[in-house]
Design a protein around this ligand. Structure first.
Ligand code: SAM
Length: 268
């Protein structure tokens, strides 16, 4: 199979490692149920290898690309595609809710081979936007994907694991070798998908819940008593006792339901 060629100067600091084999791209797209009436949001179209594939099966693709220098290459590669809009902007400062108002669609997807240096901010932005995505599929660094899917007690378990497990059912889809990219990065990748949980536990205040989770993991080696010392420790202790723990436990051992209860009882 012919490998994709790019006529660009790759910028390492923008995470520009482009896919070169369409077979990988097709596998990413196969992880979704995109249909002819779907809108797809993509971050970082790069040289459009994924964008084109998405545009072939969806109604519209809305892509955000930070690098204006890619404009010529992108428009060349997307010649003939009338259903792709590219906004040359930092995705992190985009107003997605307002941008998607310009489209009519039945389902909304987020599909991206994300720039790895902002993987977590991208996910937090999607969560905080409150927008319902039918499915989120993204390629991330392998170690980061492991963290997303990790369980309490494992080394990789951190605040992002708790938050993601609260909002989504997460699935590791497939491994992608670093050899699949041009230029070749130092790390391997994995494609993960997120589907919004149907029966999420109720939190009284989403921002406060996220703050409690982050504070609980602030110093990885410290226990909950230290990391949450600015909160009412009597309440914290009561919740922990209920689950068979005491204040000496570390956040990395606690399931998402403990954080939900902590945040609901500490919220004033
Ligand atoms: N989608 C292409 C592919 O799969 O070959 C390129 C993926 S490459 C890993 C990441 C892309 O994200 C690059 O095109 C980079 O310029 C772009 N990018 C980096 N930071 C960005 C940001 N803050 N907002 C939007 N795009 C960004």
């Amino acid at each position: 199979m012919k490998m994709e060629k790019y006529n660009v100067k790759f910028k390492k600091k923008l995470g520009q490692n482009f896919l070169k084999d369409k077979r990988v791209v097709k596998r990413i797209v196969d992880c979704t149920n995109i249909s002819a009436n779907s809108l797809v949001i993509e971050v970082g179209p790069g040289g459009a290898i994924l964008t084109r594939e998405l545009a072939l099966i969806s109604k519209n693709v809305l892509a955000y690309e930070i690098d204006n220098d890619l404009e010529e290459e992108l428009y060349k590669k997307l010649d003939g595609f009338t259903n792709v809009d590219i906004i040359f902007q930092d995705f992190l400062s985009a107003d997605i809710s307002s941008d998607i108002k310009n489209y009519k669609y039945d389902n909304l997807y987020f599909v991206s081979n994300v720039p790895y240096y902002i993987t977590t901010p991208i996910i937090l932005k999607l969560i905080d936007s409150g927008i319902h995505f039918d499915n989120i599929v993204m390629m991330v660094q392998k170690e980061v994907g492991d963290r997303f899917c990790s369980l309490p007690g494992s080394r990789e378990y951190g605040s992002i694991s708790v938050l993601l497990n609260y909002y989504y059912d997460i699935k590791k889809e497939f491994f992608v070798s670093k050899k699949e990219f041009i230029p070749e990065p130092k790390v391997d990748s994995v494609v993960v998908s997120f589907k919004e949980k149907e029966n999420k536990l109720k939190v009284k205040n989403q921002d406060f819940f996220e703050t409690i989770v982050r504070d609980s993991f602030q110093f990885k080696r410290k226990n909950i008593k230290n990391n949450l010392k600015k909160y009412d420790l009597n309440i914290v202790e009561k919740v922990l006792n209920k689950y068979g723990y005491d204040l000496n436990i570390r956040a990395e051992s606690l399931d998402v339901c403990v954080f939900v209860e902590l945040s609901n009882l500490l919220w004033k």
